[in-house]
Design a protein around this ligand. Structure first.
Ligand code: FEO
Ligand code: CA
Ligand code: CA
Ligand code: CA
Length: 622
C-alpha cells in the first residue's frame, strides 16, 4: 500500500475537509471577477496538490502526449501487445475470421466489441479472462453491411455479443490465450439463463416461450462488469432497448418508453427474424433484459443468473465491496442522461470460508438510489441513499407500484418517485482499495441545464456538460451500508487551452494542457490506489476538443488530484475495460470499435484486448 494513501483517521475527517472548500456561490462571484483557480485551489484536492506528500510519487511513469495516430501508444519503458481480437479462435476447431463466418463459427471465436473484463487466477501460470462483448456493428460484421438480412445473419449477430470466457497461461511471452482451455466458452444472445430474485416469476416477465417468467435466453449489450470474492463474474446489460422493435407501428407503454423501447425498426432488426424481439408479439421480453448477470466462469456448464434484486436499468458496471459487517455492497450506474446512481446492500453476509453460502447472496437485499445535496452554491456536500422498497417512500399502488417486482423492473420510475438526483450519465463506479472512497464517472450530458427535467444541480454543476466529470463520495463513518454520505468532485474535465481559467469549461485545476481529456467512462483502482481513467468521447481533436486527440487512458492520484496520460488508442476507438494479473505486472485493457486499420484482417478493424507490461517487469504505473 502506498504511503500516500490517507489513513483511516484522515478519511473520517473527509466531511470536515470538504466543508472547508469554498462555496460555489463564491466560485461564481470569483468567476465574474476572473478566476476559477481560486475555487479549485481551496478544494480538498487542490489543497493536497499545493502540499506535495513526502512519500514517493504514486504515478511513477512519464506521461505521454495526446495522439491522433492509428496505434496504441504507452509510456517509455512499457510494452502494449495484442492478446486477443474479435474473431480469434477460442476453440481448437474454430474457423479463421472472415465476414462470411457462420453463427456456429462465431460461437467458437472471441466475441465482438470487448468491454469490461476480469482476470480470475487459477494458479501461478493459469488464469481465466472473462470479457464482455458489448455489441456488434453490421458495417464490419457483414460484407453487405447487413443490407440483405437473413435469419442466419441475425443468428451470427447474436453470436457475436455476450461474454467470452478464455483461459490464459503464462509462458516466456507472458500471459497468452490457451485455445485448448477446458473453460473456454461463449455466452451469447441465445444462451439459456435463469431470472432470479424478487422480479423472477412476475407477470411482467412472462412470455409465450416462458410462462414461468424464470427462463431467459441470452444477454446482450454487456457493457462493463464486476467480480465477486466468491469467484463469479458479473456482466452488466446496458443498451438492451436497441435490439427491440416491431413490424407494425404500435403504441409503446410509458414505462417501456422510459428505457428507450421503440416501435418500428431497431438498431439491428433482430425482430424481423426472431419474434421475441418484436415488442408487439412479445411485449414482456424487454423486461427480461437490463439486469446484472452472474456467471460462474469455472463451470462451463453453469447457467448464468440474472439477479433482479439489483434493479433494471442501463447498467454500466457493478462495483462490489464487502462492508465491515460482511454485507455485499454493489454500486451501480445507469448510463443515460439524467438517470441515477444506485447501491445494493445484501441481506446475507459474505462467508469467506463457506463458498456455497455465497452462491445466491445477490438475490436478497435492499436497493437504494442516490440523492446529492449541498449548501446553496457549493459543489460538495451531503448525500442520502433513498430506499427502493415496495410500500416505502411512495412506492405504492397509488403511484403505480404493486410489488417489489414492479419497483425493480421499473427502477427508473421508482428512482424518480423517491426524488433521486438526475446525473450526467453515470458510467463506471470504483471503490478505493484501502479506504471507503467511491468514485463515479459522469461521462457528459448535453441536456444538463437545457432540458427542464435536468436542471443544473450541485453534483452536476455545468450546463451542456460536454467534457464530463468524476464525482467522489465517502459513506458516513466509513460504513458502506450507511444511508448517509459526503461527496465532492474529483475532477471536472475541460479544455484549459481554449477556455480561460474563469470559465468552468476550462476544467478543474488538476486539468492542464498536458493531460486534458473528455468523457471519462471506464475507471478502476489497482492495489496501490492508482485510479485508472478511460475515455469514450469526442476524438475529433478540434474545436472544444482540440488538443485531446484520440480516446485514451489516464492515471490519477486520488490524494493529490494529479492526473497523467498513460495510453492513447487507435483511430475511432474508445478505451474500455481494465483488469490486472494478481502481481499487477500485467494490465489488460480493451480497445473497442477502432475504425482505422487497427488489428485489421482483410481491411476489417477489430476490437482487441491488449496486455501492457513493463520492460523491467515492474508494477504497472509505479
Ligand atoms: Fe457501454 Fe455506458 O457504456
Ligand atoms: Ca462502448
Ligand atoms: Ca462505457
Ligand atoms: Ca461511454
Amino acid at each position: 500500500m502506498s504511503k500516500q494513501n490517507p489513513s483511516k483517521a484522515d478519511i473520517s475527517d473527509f466531511s470536515q475537509i470538504i466543508e472547508k472548500g469554498l462555496s460555489r456561490r463564491r466560485f461564481l462571484q470569483t468567476t465574474a471577477a476572473g478566476s476559477s483557480a481560486a475555487f479549485f485551489a481551496a478544494s480538498p484536492i487542490a489543497n493536497a496538490m499545493v502540499r506535495p506528500p513526502k512519500a514517493p510519487e504514486l504515478l511513477g511513469f512519464s506521461p505521454i502526449s495526446s495522439s491522433t495516430q492509428d496505434s496504441v501508444i504507452v509510456p517509455r519503458g512499457y510494452r502494449a501487445e495484442s492478446l486477443i481480437s474479435w474473431g480469434d479462435a477460442i476453440k481448437p476447431t474454430a474457423a479463421a475470421f472472415s465476414q462470411s463466418n457462420s453463427a456456429v463459427d462465431q460461437e467458437m471465436q472471441f466475441g465482438d466489441n470487448n468491454d469490461g473484463m476480469t482476470f480470475l487466477p487459477l494458479s501461478r501460470n493459469r488464469a481465466v479472462l472473462a470479457v464482455n462483448n458489448e455489441n456488434t456493428d453490421y458495417r464490419t460484421l457483414f460484407d453487405d453491411q447487413g443490407e440483405n438480412l437473413t435469419a442466419e445473419k441475425v443468428r451470427r449477430s447474436q453470436a457475436a455479443v455476450g461474454v467470452s470466457i478464455v483461459e490464459l497461461r503464462k509462458g516466456a511471452q507472458g500471459w497468452e490465450v490457451n485455445v485448448d482451455g477446458r473453460l473456454n466458452r461463449r455466452i451469447t444472445a441465445y444462451t439459456e439463463m435463469e431470472l432470479t430474485g424478487p422480479a423472477a416469476g412476475s407477470d411482467k416477465v412472462k412470455t409465450h416461450a416462458d410462462p414461468t417468467g424464470t427462463q431467459v435466453l441470452g444477454t446482450f449489450n454487456n457493457c462493463a462488469n464486476g467480480a465477486t470474492p466468491w469467484g463469479t463474474y458479473l456482466t452488466c446489460e446496458e443498451n438492451f432497448n436497441g435490439l427491440f422493435g416491431s413490424q407494425n407501428e404500435i403504441e409503446v407503454p410509458e414505462d417501456d418508453a422510459r428505457y428507450g423501447i421503440n416501435s418500428g425498426n431497431s438498431w439491428f432488426n433482430w425482430h424481423q427474424f426472431d419474434e421475441r424481439f418484436d415488442i408487439e408479439k412479445e411485449p414482456n421480453e424487454n423486461h427480461r433484459h437490463g439486469w446484472v448477470v452472474e456467471i460462474d466462469p469455472m463451470n462451463p456448464n453453469s447457467k448464468p443468473k440474472k439477479r433482479t434484486a439489483l434493479g433494471r436499468f442501463k447498467h454500466e458496471n457493478a462495483a462490489l465491496t464487502i462492508d465491515k459487517n460482511g454485507r455485499v455492497i454493489i454500486y451501480l450506474g445507469d448510463d443515460e442522461r439524467g438517470e441515477h446512481i444506485y447501491k445494493f446492500v445484501s441481506k446475507g453476509k459474505y462467508k469467506a470460508h463457506k463458498p456455497e453460502a455465497n452462491r445466491d447472496l445477490l438475490d436478497e437485499g435492499t436497493l437504494y438510489v442516490a440523492k446529492f445535496t449541498a449548501k446553496d452554491g457549493d459543489m460538495h456536500g451531503k448525500g442520502e441513499w433513498l430506499e427502493l422498497t415496495f410500500g416505502k417512500n411512495g412506492l405504492t399502488p397509488e403511484n403505480g407500484f404493486n410489488s417489489q417486482a414492479d419497483v425493480l423492473i421499473f427502477a427508473r420510475k421508482a428512482a424518480t418517485q423517491v426524488g433521486a438526483t438526475t446525473m450526467d450519465r453515470p458510467e463506471w463506479v470504483a471503490v478505493h482499495p484501502d479506504n471507503e472512497q467511491v468514485f463515479c464517472t459522469l461521462t457528459n450530458n448535453k441536456y444538463r441545464g437545457v432540458r427542464d427535467d435536468q436542471e443544473v444541480n450541485p453534483a452536476n454543476p455545468r450546463e451542456d456538460n460536454i467534457y464530463g466529470h468524476i464525482i467522489r463520495w465517502q459513506p458516513k463513518n466509513g460504513k458502506h451500508d450507511s444511508e448517509q454520505f459526503f461527496w465532492d468532485i474529483y475532477v471536472l474535465a475541460g479544455n484549459p487551452e481554449i477556455y480561460a481559467s474563469d470559465d468552468p469549461r476550462s476544467g478543474s485545476d488538476n486539468i492542464t494542457p498536458e493531460n486534458m481529456f473528455n468523457s471519462p467512462d471506464g475507471i478502476g483502482f489497482d492495489k496501490d490506489g492508482r485510479l485508472w481513467i478511460q475515455t469514450d468521447g469526442n476524438y475529433s481533436n478540434s474545436g472544444d476538443f482540440a488538443g485531446m486527440g484520440n480516446n485514451q487512458m489516464l492515471c490519477g492520484d486520488p490524494n493529490t488530484g494529479e492526473i497523467k496520460r498513460f495510453l492513447t488508442g487507435p483511430t475511432g476507438c474508445e478505451i474500455t475495460g481494465l483488469t490486472f494479473s494478481p502481481d499487477y505486472r500485467t494490465m489488460f485493457v480493451g480497445v473497442q470499435h477502432p475504425t482505422g486499420s487497427y488489428s485489421a484482417i482483410d481491411g476489417i478493424p477489430r476490437s482487441t484486448v491488449i496486455k501492457i507490461t513493463r520492460e523491467d517487469g515492474g508494477v504497472i504505473g509505479a
